[in-house]
Design a protein around this ligand. Sequence first.
Ligand SMILES: NC(=O)c1ccc[n+]([C@@H]2O[C@H](COP(=O)([O-])OP(=O)(O)OC[C@H]3O[C@@H](n4cnc5c(N)ncnc54)[C@H](O)[C@@H]3O)[C@@H](O)[C@H]2O)c1
Length: 376
Amino acid sequence: MGKPLIDRRRGCKIMTKKKIGIIGCGKISGIYMKMCKRLDELELVACSDLVMEKAQASAEEYGIPKVYTVEELLEDPDVQIVLNLTVPAAHSRVSVAAIEAGKNLYNEKPLAINREDGQEMLSMAAVKGLRIGCAPDTFMGGGLQTCRKLIDDGVIGEPIAATAFMACHGHESWHPNPDFYYQPGGGPMFDMGPYYLTALISLMGPVRRVTGSTRITFPERIITSQPQYGTTIKVNTPTHVTGVMDFASGAIGTIITSFDIWGSQLPRIEIYGSEGTLSVPDPNTYGGPVRILLGRNKEWNEVPLTHGYTENSRGIGVADMARAIGTGETHRANGKMAYHVLDIMHAFHDSSLEGKHVELASTCTQPAPLPPGFGL
Ligand SMILES: NC(=O)c1ccc[n+]([C@@H]2O[C@H](COP(=O)([O-])OP(=O)(O)OC[C@H]3O[C@@H](n4cnc5c(N)ncnc54)[C@H](O)[C@@H]3O)[C@@H](O)[C@H]2O)c1
């Protein structure tokens, strides 16, 4: 990622690579396995899955040297960072075991299903001096970094409000194993909220207080993807979640995430500033388009992207963490921000149940922007 360090005297790369072991060789693992080959900071040395055939198949496809059980992977002293790509319900169990084994950890989102598990992970890692990173890293892509630079440069003035919308009809039509999307830790907010909330925090800083309203519209879902075509899923988590966020900065955000909507023409994210409006690209992608409307000007203009990594680059957050372990800097897709996101998502649901605003106990710092031209 970026330029590797060069030892000028010997004219060769200083070994900064961190050795990665992946746990969970499912749908999303392929892009990480591919990116581990492309990113200078990472070397994928081992993989593992509850279903050994899946780990074996991934190892063959991506040339991964070692196929392990989870226990064997955690015992291998070579593995420096565990990449936990299991389903949300297994995140904290696998992560706690990895931290106990002395491994740095990077988790797929969400950080954990409940706050207690997320806190346990953070405090265990702090005691052991280990890093925790967490997806998404889409906010490090060219689209959202261009937006960050526009805001930091004051182009839209002071951000006063934001809207974020994710409307679809769920994942049972395409995902091979969609049950987890309808269980606690799934639902549209825990599944897609991390992209939208992480993007908003990276653009506007942390949130102070939230309000929410939630509902379950369809108590059962029928799977229409293979191999479980025709199977019924019982829905155990809200599938339409609306939230209001008071940012620490004073800006006010509105978010809707829904698996109950057949179609919509809502934008993904818009940031409203005192001088203009910024149209932010889909935060589940790395690229553009970025569009802006200034003052009374009625025209939207597309802004050229100032940063690279505009294709699916899942893994740049892991590379940033690997590099930060070497330099001692704070990595961007960090556990503290992921915990703040988890806290916000729970607070929307708590607010709906309790019928009141929820003041957040957590906060985080806005991650450092990437330098312009990064990755181009
Ligand atoms: N599928 C996507 O498009 C997508 C996109 C972004 C993020 N994610 C996130 O990635 C994670 C994985 O999603 P997925 O779609 O790849 O799911 P998946 O069901 O396809 O894969 C998960 C894998 O983890 C394995 N696993 C489960 N529990 C385990 C355990 N305790 N130990 C070892 N292996 C275990 C399963 O056998 C399976 O192979 C989730 O957190 C999800 O939110 C998925």
